[in-house]
Design a protein around this ligand. Structure first.
Ligand SMILES: Cc1ncc(COP(=O)(O)O)c(C=O)c1O
Length: 332
């Protein structure tokens, strides 16, 4: 597929590593678990949003924007990485933060919030759960416009068709890597939130005829709510690429049950997953996304969802700075 016709900024140096996790696999007792280290992408520190922002920021620059405006939760990785891209590009950056868990926004918080301040966010507007985030961001853009500046609004998680191209690029990178390293992957496990990662990857697999099933572990929704979101995103990415195909609904596979009691609120299985990967492979997961996604992989393994000799690829989407906002829970 030809991605070269879309303007793109480059924030990473080459492909992220694709590695086998021997100690983790042994501790789990199978399947054979591989990891795609998208936590090592560029920007500070990088993660899945880095890939999306390569296309989104290129579009912002082409439209003459001087300020990036985006939204997220109080510990949003997406906001932190967007800010980091803005700093690199010499742009300003503003956030609308949704206090999804009442009382969770704190001015003196650690983790990503500390990095918001260190990287010099221009302004943060905090709004209550359930606020229409698109409207709230548009208000910020209008305010900037009145001051003679130009804002560029990036949706939550960078998940629109353009952002999803980042994971089409990942699909192509992965295909090439498997070929070069002689690795055969039977299934991919990835986090499924605002859906740009899962949907973009699925579009990339379909477009490149990669016949590996993708399992999206929900970080904020169970399948009844998550599947339509991912399906819509995958279709939007396919349409932007003019692939002329309809995304088969049955290829959108989501698993629920691992994110509860609530988005961003810890649970014991997440704590076990974060500790297990840290103590077997010295790899950092995060408490909000990848910890719960890995808890899903572990839970599915224990439930017999994978064959023992199956090669399962875990896509590590980043997020480690949030660990510091959850230290007491993770070492309890
Ligand atoms: C570390 C991490 N993993 C996974 C996700 C979920 O990705 P997506 O929003 O593209 O579904 C996010 C979203 O913010 C994230 O920060």
């Amino acid at each position: 597929m030809d991605l070269a016709r879309f303007p793109r900024r480059r924030y990473s140096h080459g492909p992220t590593p694709l590695e086998f996790l021997p100690n983790f696999t042994k501790a789990l007792g199978g399947p054979r678990v591989f990891i795609k280290r998208d936590d090592l992408l560029g920007l500070a520190p990088g993660g899945n949003k880095t890939r999306k922002l390569e296309f989104l920021v290129a579009d912002a620059l082409a439209r003459g924007a001087d300020t990036l405006i985006t939204c997220g939760a109080p510990q949003s990785n997406h906001c932190r990485i967007t800010l980091s891209a803005a700093v690199k590009e010499g742009l300003k950056c503003r956030f609308v933060i949704e206090e999804r868990v009442p009382g969770s926004y704190r001015e003196d918080a650690s983790g990503n919030h500390f990095l918001f301040r260190l990287f010099g966010v221009e302004a943060i507007t905090v709004v209550p759960a359930g606020t229409n985030m698109a409207n709230a961001m548009q208000q910020v853009a209008d305010e900037i416009e009145r001051a003679g500046r130009r804002g560029y609004v990036i949706p939550g998680g960078g998940s629109n068709a353009l952002g999803g191209l980042g994971y089409v690029a990942c699909a192509q990178e992965l295909q090439q890597q498997c070929f070069e390293q002689g690795v055969r992957i039977d299934r991919v496990v990835v986090g499924s939130g605002s859906s740009g990662t899962h949907g973009g990857l699925l579009a990339g697999f379909l477009g490149n005829r990669i016949h590996i099933p993708i399992v999206g572990i929900g970080v904020s929704r169970d399948p009844a709510d998550q599947v339509p979101l991912v399906h819509k995103e995958a279709q939007a990415v396919c349409d932007l690429l003019e692939l002329g195909l309809t995304v088969p609904r049955e290829q959108v596979v989501c698993v629920g049950g691992y994110w509860q009691p609530k988005y961003s609120v810890p649970n014991p299985r997440m704590v076990e997953a974060v500790q297990m990967l840290a103590r077997t492979e010295a790899i950092l997961l995060d408490p909000v996304y990848t910890g719960k996604v890995m808890a899903g992989l572990i839970g599915m393994s224990r439930d017999g969802a994978f064959r023992r000799d199956e090669n399962v690829l875990f896509v590590h989407t980043g997020g480690a700075p949030a660990l510091h906002a959850y230290e007491s829970t993770l070492l309890a």
